[in-house]
Design a protein around this ligand. Structure first.
Ligand SMILES: Nc1ncnc2c1ncn2[C@@H]1O[C@H](COP(=O)(O)OP(=O)(O)OP(=O)(O)O)[C@@H](O)[C@H]1O
Length: 291
């Protein structure tokens, strides 16, 4: 019952089906990565959760209560808005105060510390900010607002490498001090691989993976070796990709490795990076849909 539960949700824009009968539960106090290729429906899903758009079918509940027109539930869910959400002539301090008003609080002192750290003057107007600083400002709100579920839509869009690093560090720190749920949509998978504890991958209108990152990593391998030996070793396993690496063949395997199977001296096992897993899993489902 606890958690943000998406049940059998379907969304169409005109004739285009974006999400088809998806179900997934976001648990309390967990950092999620919401991953998927461009245009797959990540922002759409976040907008549905925030009640900004409505689904044709399905239901979203927070701790058992529908979020539709439910201010009590919506106050507990903060969604980092799209690019031009705020009026350009509003000062950042005013936006902070308004947000605090709606959500029942915002850690003002922490917001000011963050603004100083990122070099952001809160007396500026929103319209004066560069793309990167708009993201930084929205990130500051997301990190400081009083809400149990914080939805971050591409939080590092336009941020330079130093600022991205700072943001990730702040996210880890604030989560450690006050655990709550963050759902972060991003394309920078390797950058968040050590931050998110759970991954939800969307592809071809469906949730194709919903799993703990640690669990995923225990069954994600790159197996390399001479073609004959390596092909024999991976037989019957869930091979999601293949690459030719010079004279060696590499198979990307997403499966538990059989304990009884002996690994030949010429065959090597490595961990598959999360990004490779994402690339091959989403490629498979897209090809299946198109094929
Ligand atoms: N209001 C709308 N009207 C019509 N089509 C829409 C609308 N909003 C989104 N779409 C379409 O829905 C699909 C999903 O878009 P969405 O923005 O959710 O994808 P995304 O996964 O967030 O993409 P990206 O990673 O590129 O930001 C796209 O094909 C988009 O064109």
């Amino acid at each position: 019952m606890n958690g943000l539960k998406i049940s059998h949700l379907s969304v169409k824009f005109k004739k285009k089906e974006v999400l088809q009968d998806i179900s997934v539960t976001f648990q309390p106090q967990t950092i999620y990565g919401l991953l998927g290729r461009n245009g797959i429906g990540k922002t759409t899903l976040l907008s549905l959760i925030a009640n900004r758009i409505f689904a044709q079918d399905g239901e979203i509940t927070l701790d058992g209560h529908s979020v539709v027109d439910n201010d009590l539930a919506l106050q507990r869910i903060y969604v980092m808005g799209e690019r031009n959400l705020y009026p350009k002539n509003l000062k950042l301090v005013t936006i902070l105060a308004d947000t605090a008003g709606f959500y029942g609080g915002l850690d003002q002192a922490y917001a000011e510390r963050l603004a100083q750290k990122f070099g952001l003057d809160l007396e500026q107007k929103y319209g004066q900010l560069s793309t990167g600083y708009r993201s930084i400002f929205k990130d500051i709100i997301a990190l400081t607002v009083t809400a149990d579920y914080i939805l971050l839509d591409e939080p590092v869009l336009g941020l330079d490498a130093n600022h991205r690093d700072m943001f990730y560090q702040e996210l880890i720190d604030t989560y450690a001090k006050k655990p709550r749920t963050f759902i972060m949509s991003t394309h920078l998978i390797e950058e968040v691989a050590n931050i998110i504890t759970h991954a939800v991958i969307l592809s071809a209108g469906k949730v194709i993976l919903d799993e703990e990152v640690d669990e995923m990593m225990t069954k994600s391998y790159l197996v390399t070796g001479p073609e004959k030996e390596v092909t024999a070793y991976v037989e019957g396993l869930n091979v999601i990709g293949k690459e030719q690496l010079g004279r060696m063949t590499g198979y990307y395997v997403y499966d538990d490795l059989p304990e009884m199977r002996i690994l030949p001296d010429t065959v090597y096992l490595e961990k598959m990076p999360l990004e490779k897993l994402f690339i091959y899993l989403t490629q498979q489902t897209t090809e299946r849909k198109e094929g």
